[in-house]
Design a protein around this ligand. Structure first.
Ligand SMILES: Cc1cc2nc3c(=O)[nH]c(=O)nc-3n(C[C@H](O)[C@H](O)[C@H](O)COP(=O)(O)O)c2cc1C
Length: 223
């Protein structure tokens, strides 16, 4: 399975089986996290065989069997949310290629539980966790907007633009809002997201998906 195939096969999974992640898979995932930390100056960290990401009630009603997760944090700058979204999408889809399921959690995690395990240097902010592991199921496709609800292209849209928008519609978004606006003109693409506190993270995930679907060589981002 490559990263593009992973985009189509990935769905949120909230319930997991007890299977331990094999050491070679942990090593591969850790390597990818390290690369993203270096490239984007983030502080992300894999926790295995640890159940502190959710409080006792959520463990019973929602987050069943969760025992591995990636903590997402970094320096509290204006760009942090989008960077965490972009780097996080890379790790999320890479995890899928390794045969793992995932769940992006920006709200319903235990901040207190997670903070026990990460050294947040001065000025660093914790944005949530990405649960990883072997799901009880593979999840199901989310209810989706249509391409024309979120995008427009000046003139006839080329195939790469349509593939990019299709990829964005597969991305996870907070509360499944898919609050994107994507505009194309020639080889320039502008993308924005309006989803309250989650706008930046959703935008980063959406941009990663667009690039994977459209092919980075076909366009440039317009600021
Ligand atoms: C930034 C972000 C924050 C999220 N926070 C939560 C959360 O706090 N609790 C939860 O159960 N799901 C959360 N989700 C998962 C979304 O509900 C899920 O991605 C969305 O419904 C789309 O489904 P899919 O991931 O299967 O495509 C979050 C997703 C994103 C991208």
């Amino acid at each position: 399975m490559d990263m593009r195939e992973a985009m189509f096969l990935r769905h949120t999974v909230r319930k997991y089986i007890a299977k331990t992640i094999p050491q070679e898979v942990v090593t591969a995932l850790d390597g990818r996290i390290r690369q993203n930390n270096e490239a984007y100056h983030l502080n992300m960290q894999l926790m295995t065989e640890n159940t502190d990401a959710f409080n006792a009630v959520l463990k019973i009603v929602l987050a069943k069997g969760v025992h591995n997760y990636i903590i997402r944090a970094g320096p509290d700058t204006e760009a942090l949310c989008e960077k965490v979204g972009y780097a996080g999408a890379d790790i999320m889809l890479y995890a899928q290629t390794l045969g793992l399921n995932t769940w992006w959690v920006g709200g319903t995690f235990s901040r207190k539980g997670v903070e026990k395990h990460i050294a947040l240097l001065d000025g660093q902010k914790l944005l949530g966790v990405l649960v990883v592991g072997y799901g009880q199921t593979q999840g199901t496709p989310h209810k989706s907007k249509r391409a024309e609800d979120i995008s427009a292209y000046q003139g006839g849209a080329p195939a790469w633009f349509a593939r990019g928008v299709e990829a964005v519609l597969l991305a996870p978004t907070a509360l499944n809002k898919q609050a994107f606006t994507i505009q194309g003109n020639g080889n320039q693409v502008m993308m924005a997201c309006d989803n309250g506190a989650f706008s930046g993270v959703d935008l980063g995930i959406g941009k990663y998906h667009f690039e994977l679907g459209a092919g980075k060589e076909n366009f440039t981002w317009a600021e």
